[in-house]
Design a protein around this ligand. Sequence first.
Ligand SMILES: [Zn+2]
Length: 447
Amino acid sequence: MNRSDLTFYLVGLRRGFNFKKMMDFVNENQYWSKDQIYDYQLRHLRKLVRHAYANVPYYRNVMKTKGMHPDDVKSLDDLSHFPVITKEDMIANYSDFLARDFERYHPWEKTTGGTTGVPFQYYNDTKSWGLYWATKIRAFQWGGYRLGKDELVILKGGTILAGDGKYRFKTKVWRWIQKNYTVPIINMTDETMSMYAKNLKRKKIKYMRGFPSAIYTFARWAKENDVDFKLNRIFTTAEMLLPHHRALIEEVFGCNIIDTYGCGDGMAGASQCNLSDKFHMNIETSIMELLNSDYSNKAAPGETGEIVVTALHDYAMPFIRYTPGDQAIVSKEQCTCGVTLPTLDRIIGRTSDVFYLPNGRVLNGISIAFDIWADKIRKWQLIHEKPTLIIAKLIVTEAYNQEDEQTLINLLRANAGEGIDIEIQLVDYIPLTKAGKHKFVISKVDY
Ligand SMILES: [Zn+2]
């Protein structure tokens, strides 16, 4: 047993689960039949609905209003009796989503910006989190990675991190335990990249994980500077991986990419295997429905559908038919790799967070720390107006002054790089989308 195995084992021991068993479980059921998957999901859905009815005010009200009883859930299709809820719905009725017996599940607090950028605090039961990690590690294993044996470099942070860009102590400890080496892509200068590349070589790191935008930036630098650096596998996450980015990254690092999708609010997850471009869904952590735009019907294979998830093991704050705002296309055919987990052809909807600039830089708008300006900036929106122009629309408070404006311009300039103009527009109103949502990041440029 190594330090990673040991940590997961100890966390599990304290919280009532056995991580080793979870790993064995997910490794075995990746070969389950359709019926086995269906039975498993239905069993856990029924248990979750019984709990939600008894302990969670929001779902109890929904069921009472509709005259539903937990025993009425007899098939997975019965999920359709529940309304689809958004992050905004949960924020508006926050306490009604927390279970009366909340503490029992040792919930861990999490925060997400998500695709719309609304900060949202939610909870994962520790046990649910453990299983989620097991499914993630399973996907890493598809790429040859062994937890605790292989070191993993993580490139993260888009281009801008909050505050001083340093990681918290807890994060550092956690990364040591998991044998992770973190590269914060905050200042992408020749000097820092060269230092990171040397460290990666010295440590003989063969696996890399991170935001596609960060890895692409690193790959581009390596190519321009003739840095020869080969890896065994790369895992990308959290943003859309563009085809020409994939091509350059794979060429520079001499290996293929396993792209992954994850959404802790709702426990949705899907990962490419080592054989095809399709994404295998994690059927253990959630039920992932793909629905048409008004959620009235299932999207047919080959059609783009809205992702709607039901987390099967989150009891402290249940997610039943929650939409994280992403979309996907259900595959017409299964993957031929042998893994029987159902597949998606593509996952879309994550491009909106990222600007691809003509100078080669990639700017992740959502990762800009506007929340630390909360007393000065009431609302914001970043627009990639033209290839070389970024507009920041701001609704500001009285506390906002000229100095703040300059700081913001400098911050955006530093991260957008050479040849990109930054324009600040102070406005009274920022229009919402047709669906009534505020979009934090908009691109009007074709990439
Ligand atoms: Zn496969």
